[in-house]
Design a protein around this ligand. Sequence first.
Ligand SMILES: Nc1ncnc2c1ncn2[C@@H]1O[C@H](COP(=O)(O)OP(=O)(O)OP(=O)(O)O)[C@@H](O)[C@H]1O
Length: 405
Amino acid sequence: MLSRCFRSISIVPRNFIPITLSHYISKPQNNIPFHRIKASLSSVSTLTCIRPNTVTFQVRSIATVVDSVAGFGEVVVGPQRKYYFLGGKGGVGKTSCAASLAVKFAHHGHPTIVISTDPAHSLSDSFAQDLTGGVLVPVEGLNSPLFALEIDPERAKEDFRSASQKNGGSAVKDFMNNMGLGMLANQLGELKLGELLDTPPPGLDEAIAISKVMQFVESPQYSMFSRIVFDTAPTGHTLRLLSLPDFLDASIGKVMKLKQKLASATSAIKSVLGKAEEQQDVPDKLEQLRKRMTKVRDLFRDSNTTEFVIVTIPSVMAINESSRLHASLRKEHVPVQRLIVNQILPPSTSDCKFCTTKRKDQMRAIDMIKNDPELANLKIIQAPLVDLEIRGIPALKYMGNMVWT
Ligand SMILES: Nc1ncnc2c1ncn2[C@@H]1O[C@H](COP(=O)(O)OP(=O)(O)OP(=O)(O)O)[C@@H](O)[C@H]1O
């Protein structure tokens, strides 16, 4: 019956999205132009056609939402490369929002990469495709170029460890001890270098992973990609990630100063002993790492190229965490404009007490946003809880059309 209704969809008031995800997926031929039909939270859901091809509709429950403040026009415009980070509390829908944005960018002609920096990846699950392996994998089922990358944090950490140990870690310490420069070795100890290298702080793997991403996105081979979407780890992890470039920059700077001192001490000893000067090391990996850290930090802060979109759900706990996240992002000078409030229960017209109470509870939580000094000025994007899990390209397209209007 619904399929007959769709023939008359153009006369439906602009404020409705009258189908459910399950219907969208099962009847793709009836896909309707979402850009023409937006719903407000006060509207009700599943649209039932009483008489086909007429303006008479009975609105039941379930359907959909969306305040048209997402401004997809703003994020899609311009051929120059832009970076979007999607982050928030665990399980709120970061991956679904990131993957759906990436699909939508690709659909609008932007060659796009979606990257998961969450050690517990779910991009493969979200796209319902195997995207593992730590390399760029083409996403299937789209006519436009979209690639995905699930970063392998263990491999990245290993790379960092071996680079650092070869260049500034235990090899340096041993060398200093052999040269009778134990005092310098002690200073190195004070810097807790060993701790940094042997038991990297949480988030280091992610920072290194992002610096690796920087390395390959800077290469001309990848210059064609105009949108890079990051699906980040839950809040705590991501905050550590954002503050790490500064921390590492400072730590690596200290290590490098020590290395310089060590190099001049070594060459002084060698010249006294009359030994030939050794060839200078090939490019110092620590210096490379430091440069990449600086680039990551600058990238995080540039509002012309970067936006961090906070994703939340309508619960007091999630909104409080989003508020703290925004405060921390502001402190790190990371540009934030939008807050997605995901998984909002549509109004219930049935006598389901659970649904009514739950929705009231959610509405109270949403009201908190308006009074929260950190969140009140953000553009709020409301997205409904849909009737199926968001998995696979059709579901991601559906989600994209709901969220990114
Ligand atoms: N609006 C929605 N309606 C229905 N299901 C949703 C919605 N948004 C997300 N989901 C589902 O919720 C689950 C969690 O979503 P997702 O993996 O995107 O969250 P996440 O924040 O990335 O989680 P994690 O922190 O574990 O990485 C998934 O099963 C997803 O399909």
